[in-house]
Design a protein around this ligand. Sequence first.
Ligand SMILES: *Cc1c(COP(=O)(O)O)cnc(C)c1O
Length: 361
Amino acid sequence: MDIIESMVRDNLKNILTYEPVEPISLISRKFGIPENQIIKLNGNENPYGPSPKVLPALTSSEISIYPDPLQRNLRDALEKYLNIDSDFLIGAAGSDELIDLLFKLYIYPDDSVIDCDPTFGMYSFCARVAGANVEKIPRKSNFDLDLDAITYAITKKTKIIFISSPNNPTGNICTLDEIKTLLNLNLLVVVDEAYYEFNGFSVANLVNDYENLVVLRTFSKWAGLAGLRIGYGIMPKNIISHLLDIKSPYNVSTTAESACIASLKDSKFLFENVQKIIKGKEFLFNQLSSISGIKPYPSGANFILFDLPNSSKAAEVYDKLRSKGILIRKFNNSRLEKSLRVSVGTDPDNTSFINALMDIM
Ligand SMILES: *Cc1c(COP(=O)(O)O)cnc(C)c1O
């Protein structure tokens, strides 16, 4: 036992793991609230679920046959949908897998990556697993990028900069100029557009002109497929070809592929839900602004970050909502001690959240 334990890579022995949200079943048992009455606004999932075309596509997919490692059907469907040549496209088990694959492709232990704090936890998590150093560059007070500090932090060991746009959890979107400035720094620039469909701003059309740009997208948020794990990347052909070489051959399951293709065929329906979510976000933003002591941040995504007067009020609000079966997100980050993040839900769920919050405040 001891020998085997000692063989574990040093950087993984006591690794700080990814902080997941609590499963609904656990909350249900803890507070004696039936699962179907819990209001889940902590994972930025789609409250309207997937397209109704997905379920029939799942049942007719070839579950006993291995998927195509080159993902031809999926990449062709994405090519038609995006009007981008499939040589620039790759699918994965969530965009999370692509983040991990980029580490596998480029990062030696002791290399550095830049992460613009506060941001999505997956970049620093994958860095820790890879044994890489994370240069955390604080965002400005309004959570915009600090381009001077980023430029100053670059060393010979710096290889990748990760930009979530809109940024999870703060909601702000980068400008084209900011991304172009970063692209001229000779690093790999990964622009994570997980919430693209909620704002329509993308840098994907720059992929033709820059050899160092990777754009990540996902079906988890706008298309309601978080549980199936399906995302994709848009990037220069040579990066695609390396990633196809090193990924696990069957990374996108036949069911995920079928669900994805069915969703693209039903994108009109899905975008109607996106519109509902955007309306719900406006409702939440206005209501949050009207509560004294609360300051919401503008968001290009399907969630809103808001500040409370102090960290103990934030903890109190989080705990009291949770005990009523309303789940939102809190953070283990010194910049976000007095902040909470709420995902946009259905209209009735948004109203329940606001009413409960007003009671507590
Ligand atoms: C939710 C989220 C993802 C995860 O996408 P998956 O495709 O579900 O892996 C990636 N990036 C950001 C910024 C996210 O918020």
